[in-house]
Design a protein around this ligand. Structure first.
Ligand SMILES: [Zn+2]
Ligand SMILES: [Zn+2]
Length: 353
């Protein structure tokens, strides 16, 4: 089934994107099924042609292989989403000012959601919130579970977000007469388009509780202090952000936002971080460097004994394996001990003759 998309849009093969867009607008307007002399079959064809020719990648494949280059029927054909599955809105959203058809986004989302069978469901979402916490260097290396109190809009604990008084009966929503949807008719460039929206009063359920929850006054959400447990992973760095999905602000009959936690790490007096290694300085006397010695070092894991071999040189680094930053469950970086060798203070004697 090789279709000539150029023919359908009435443009020639070398047509510019602009010409294609213009031709499509004109034909879409003409054939839109909500118009008196509309023609749904033709409208679909025009739409299909535009989807391909407006996309550089698809267009070049089409030019090469014809309309069989992809399973065109897949995203198309009128069966899914009540009529215009696969409709490409992108051309409209960044459509330029040359074509003043009013609010195209609005019109096309109306097609998509409302008039063609489905109902546009605009899910409300609560605000994202952020907080900062200060942790010790050691906690940043090994990870920790911290609990913080955050005052935010949260689900009501009494009604668990339903807004209904416990045991309340439900009654038909008066706003939508129990339909859960509200139909409205709109005049557009394509003629009158009827649109169906979710009822905001009952959130599409068609029923509302007879008696509302007293704690939240039926809203299902309220501002309160909530304890949030934050799992800080091992090896986190100063300034890193943890995103906690669904721990932001709740919203009445919608999705909860996210919580962002910024981690501030207090620097350590002895250890510094270098990738997955920990670095520390150890001051040695010259005699210790020459003869070798043993040192007890307080690491983040507790005390360890380190043997300084004899004859170490200035700025030599000792590596203690596996005492650094955890990089995976069974793997850790190393502890690097930088040896600073102090040369004995040389007294300058001034001889007076
Ligand atoms: Zn409540
Ligand atoms: Zn309603």
């Amino acid at each position: 089934m090789n279709k000539d998309y150029y023919d359908i849009l009435g443009v020639n093969k070398g047509a510019s994107k602009d010409e294609i867009k213009k031709a499509f607008y004109k034909l879409a307007h003409k054939y839109h099924p909500d118009k008196k002399e509309g023609d749904e079959a033709k409208f679909k064809k025009v739409n299909e042609a535009y989807q391909v020719l407006s996309d550089d990648g698809k267009r070049s494949k089409y030019d090469q292989y014809g309309s069989g280059f992809e399973n065109v029927g897949q995203g198309y054909g009128g069966e899914q989403q009540g009529g215009f599955g696969g409709f490409d809105f992108s051309g409209f959203q960044n459509g330029n000012a040359d074509y003043d058809f009013g609010n195209l986004n609005d019109i096309f989302s109306d097609f998509f959601g409302g008039g063609m069978g489905g109902v546009r469901k605009e899910q409300k979402r609560g605000r994202d919130i952020s907080t900062e916490i200060q942790i010790s260097f050691s906690d940043s290396i090994f990870g920790i579970n911290r609990k913080v109190l955050i005052t935010k809009t949260s689900n009501c604990l009494t009604c668990h977000g339903s807004g209904a008084k416990t045991g309340s009966k439900m009654e038909t929503c008066k706003h939508c007469n129990g339909q859960g949807q509200i139909r409205e008719s709109k005049r557009t460039i394509f003629g009158n388009i009827s649109n169906t929206k979710i009822c905001e009063t009952c959130a599409g359920i068609g029923e509302i509780p007879k008696e509302i929850c007293e704690t939240c006054r039926g809203k299902g959400v309220l501002r309160r202090e909530e304890e949030v447990s934050i799992i800080i992973p091992a090896g986190i760095r100063n300034g890193e952000m943890i995103r906690m999905t669904g721990y932001g602000e709740a919203v009445s009959k919608g999705t909860t936002g996210d919580l962002y936690v910024k981690i501030n790490v207090t620097p350590h007096a002895v250890f510094k971080r270098d990738g997955s290694d920990l670095v520390m300085n150890l001051n040695l006397k010259l005699s210790e460097a020459l003869l070798g010695t043993e040192y007890t070092i307080q690491t983040l894991d507790g005390e360890i004994k380190v043997t300084i071999p004899e004859g170490v040189s200035i700025n030599e680094i000792l590596r203690v394996r596996g005492k650094g930053v955890p990089v995976s469950k069974n793997k850790r970086g190393d502890l690097l001990i930088k040896l600073n060798i102090k040369l004995p203070f040389q007294k300058i004697s001034v001889a007076i003759f």
